[in-house]
Design a protein around this ligand. Structure first.
Ligand code: VGL
Ligand code: ZN
Length: 202
């Protein structure tokens, strides 16, 4: 694969907890790893994201007695899905999957570390305002085209791609390098949203 100037591979949340055996396992999540490793050989610029929550994070169902995982709760910033505990600081589940092999990755963006806000997007937390810093980094590195891969297609990949497109990046999502959680049709909703927003799905 030829290296394209200005192009970055954004590898989203390929962490143990999102793979089979993990605490918030995405079905067949580990299948993306060889695909992403192969793709990454064609990229000079790679950014990884890492979901990174303190114990007792507000997105965990266990923090809200009487509320079940995968239900929804009102937060000051809007509706929030509650998840099983996952990707807690320094846990084995928060580590990148050991099969991920991208030595040239230059930046790791951690997200979701504020106890009171969840974060799906690599750019903004779920209040849609608090920045991660990636929106400053990419233009400073003259990166204008973003190829998104990873987990989960219908949450962190979706929100990252939507924010990228909204901020003027040429945005591509590679479907075979993603897997979805698919809660009540969220995978199909994600594809429809990508069509509406000019995000290329290949
Ligand atoms: C994710 C749910 C909660 C993701 C992260 O990486 O898609 N989903 N935290
Ligand atoms: Zn999370």
């Amino acid at each position: 694969m030829a290296v394209r100037e200005g192009e970055v591979l954004l590898v989203i949340d390929v962490q143990n907890d999102f793979c089979p055996g993990g605490r918030l396992a995405v079905p067949k999540g580990d299948e993306v790893i060889p695909v992403i490793n192969r793709m990454a050989r064609g990229f000079r610029h790679v950014v990884l994201t890492q979901d990174w929550h303190p114990d007792g994070h507000s997105s965990f169902a266990s923090t809200h007695p009487g509320h079940d995982a995968f239900s929804t709760i009102a937060m000051p910033y809007g509706q929030q899905t509650l998840w099983p505990d996952h990707c807690t600081w320094e846990s084995a589940g928060a580590a990148f999957h050991p099969g991920l092999d991208i030595p040239q990755a230059a930046l790791v963006i951690r997200k979701g570390f504020r106890p009171e806000i969840d974060s799906y997007s690599a750019f903004f937390e779920n209040d849609r305002k608090t920045p991660t810093g990636l929106l400053g980094y990419l233009p400073e590195r003259q990166l204008t085209r973003i190829v998104c891969v990873g987990l989960a297609f219908d949450y962190c990949v979706r929100y990252s791609a939507e924010d990228a497109a909204q901020h003027g990046f040429d945005t591509i999502v590679v479907e075979e390098a993603c897997r979805a959680i698919d809660l009540n049709g969220t995978a199909a909703q994600t594809k429809a949203a990508f069509r509406d927003k000019g995000i290329k799905l290949t």
